[in-house]
Design a protein around this ligand. Structure first.
Ligand code: ATP
Ligand code: ZN
Ligand code: MG
Ligand code: MG
Length: 471
């Protein structure tokens, strides 16, 4: 990519989240991730190029020096901060505007700083040797799994938090506030259970109501995403038609309805095995008895049958992507309720000694010494500022892991064009190559902790009022 010869016609709208807008290159497997800000946010719109570049470099450092060692080298791509010509960015912004979903247009793309993050396009399996011979475009499934465990902290004041997971409680809050029109039946605890049946149902629920947690890309194009107004069954049928060539032999005599079911089921099985794969050591088969006691792995709001919940083996293979994400999420072991007093201790300390902000690395730099503070925080509170800072850092790292996305890229492989009848009778033969990555690993601002505390209070109280109005 030659930064001085950038042409907006080489780039197209790819997607966006709350913080950034992503465009992809039409030929090369690259994306640019540009920051967004709300129009009222005067501070950000006045950021100088140097400040904006520093901000993006901070994201890169955090990804590389903190999240990568925690989540695993093989899953994380840290990308590169780049400075783009302002004219290119302005043209690009005009070009993508009409493609943006209305619900995201409360924020605008940063066209003033010219800074962006350049990343590999993870919806395209570029390094796989067999795809070049393959005419079928790769599929990519994006899952934003959210928090996969129930907190066990002694500081929790509402018992319900130990029974119903945050995602399931949050659903009711979002529905009441008009964020979504329908409840999602997805429960993260099912996805992180390691039990294939529970995982399959969790993914089925994601497909049925994707919200912000599920997307499918084909050849880099998004073909399935949240659609609040749509007729879900129509959408599912259309999705199945897209997937049919990947999962059913061309001569299949199944009816459209039957084949939809088979195809979606096959997709789910491929995703489950990719999520449980331990890429380096496929034969080691080591299971981690998910650092959780029995009571903390099922959510009372999950729709799954009680027997399935009880009998499920709650094991994730060590070092699979879900294990890595879950153990990083679990660095938050005090819950926001236990963390709040420590956050206040830090606040007070910084008020008295403002210069300490730098030594304690409250806003970075995100280097080996920051990681050291995260990993070597004392287990018990000794009353020190170091303990409080260590817990605050751990909490922020856990927040990042609760908000990241998993990308499962799937390409059909094999000498033959994939699916002939002979493969049908050898179900064990792998027909796909998968690669798994993790994205959206931004540091969460230190200041957002007080917001988290208020939000937690609102979500839990709303849930209690809805479900137990008499208490
Ligand atoms: P959130 O609101 O979840 O915090 P965000 O604003 O931080 O989102 P990202 O999640 O990083 O933004 O990016 C938005 C979307 O762009 C992603 O959900 C994904 O679909 C797509 N995307 C981001 N990075 C890549 C990449 N490297 N390759 C392919 N697609 C990407
Ligand atoms: Zn749940
Ligand atoms: Mg995201
Ligand atoms: Mg994000």
């Amino acid at each position: 990519m030659e930064l001085d010869k950038m042409d907006e016609n080489d780039w197209k709208y790819h997607g966006e989240g709350n913080k950034s807008l992503v465009v992809s290159h039409v030929q090369h497997a690259r994306v640019l991730r540009l920051l967004k800000y709300s129009t009222e946010d005067a501070e950000n719109s006045h950021k100088t190029t140097e400040q904006a570049f520093r901000h993006i470099q901070n994201i890169v450092d955090y990804c590389q020096n903190v999240m990568k060692p925690l989540l695993g080298e093989k899953f994380v791509h840290n990308g590169e901060a780049v400075k783009l010509p302002l004219d290119f960015v302005r043209q690009l912004s005009l070009k993508v505007q009409q493609e943006r979903p209305e619900s995201r247009c409360d924020k605008v793309m940063d066209t003033l700083s010219g800074c962006a993050l350049c990343l590999p396009n993870l919806t395209q399996l570029s390094s796989c040797c067999c795809c070049s011979r393959e005419h079928r475009p790769p599929l990519c499934i994006e899952i934003k799994p959210k928090c996969g465990f129930l907190p066990a902290s002694r500081d929790i004041t509402k018992d319900i938090k130990k029974k119903v997971c945050r995602f399931c409680m949050h659903q009711h809050f979002k529905l009441a506030n008009g964020k979504w029109k329908r409840l999602s039946h997805y429960c993260p605890l099912d996805l992180f259970s390691g039990n294939k049946q529970r995982m399959s149902l969790a993914i089925k629920h994601l497909i049925e109501e994707p919200q912000n947690n599920f997307n499918i890309f084909k050849g880099g194009e998004c073909i399935y995403t949240c659609n609040d107004d749509a007729d879900v069954f129509q959408d599912l049928d259309e999705l199945a038609q897209h997937l049919r060539p990947y999962f059913l032999p061309s001569g299949s005599l199944l009816s459209r309805q039957q084949s939809s079911k088979v195809v979606l089921n096959e997709l789910i099985q491929v995703i489950v095995s990719a999520l449980l794969s331990t890429w380096d050591c496929p034969r080691s088969g080591q299971l981690r008895k998910t650092h959780l006691s029995e009571g903390r792995v099922t959510c009372e709001a999950s729709l799954l049958h009680r027997d399935l919940l009880r009998n499920g083996n709650h094991c994730l293979p060590k070092d699979c992507v879900l294990d890595k994400i879950l153990s990083t999420q679990m660095l938050d072991n005090l819950d926001i309720e236990g963390l709040s007093p420590l956050f206040k201790r830090v606040e007070q300390h910084l008020q008295m000694f403002p210069k300490e902000r730098c030594r304690l690395q409250m806003d970075g730099p995100y280097n080996a010494s920051f990681l050291e503070k995260v990993q070597n925080c004392p287990a018990e509170d000794d009353g020190s500022i170091e303990y409080a800072v260590g817990k605050v850092h751990q909490y922020r790292v856990a927040m990042t892991a609760k908000d990241c996305s998993i990308m499962v890229a799937i390409a059909t492989c094999g000498e033959d064009d994939g699916l002939d009848q002979s493969l049908e009778i050898q179900p064990m033969k792998p027909r796909f190559t998968c690669s798994v990555s993790i994205l959206d690993l931004d540091p969460k601002p230190y200041e957002s902790i007080s917001h988290q505390s208020r939000l937690d209070y609102k979500i839990v109280n709303h849930y209690l009022r809805r479900t137990q109005p008499d208490n």
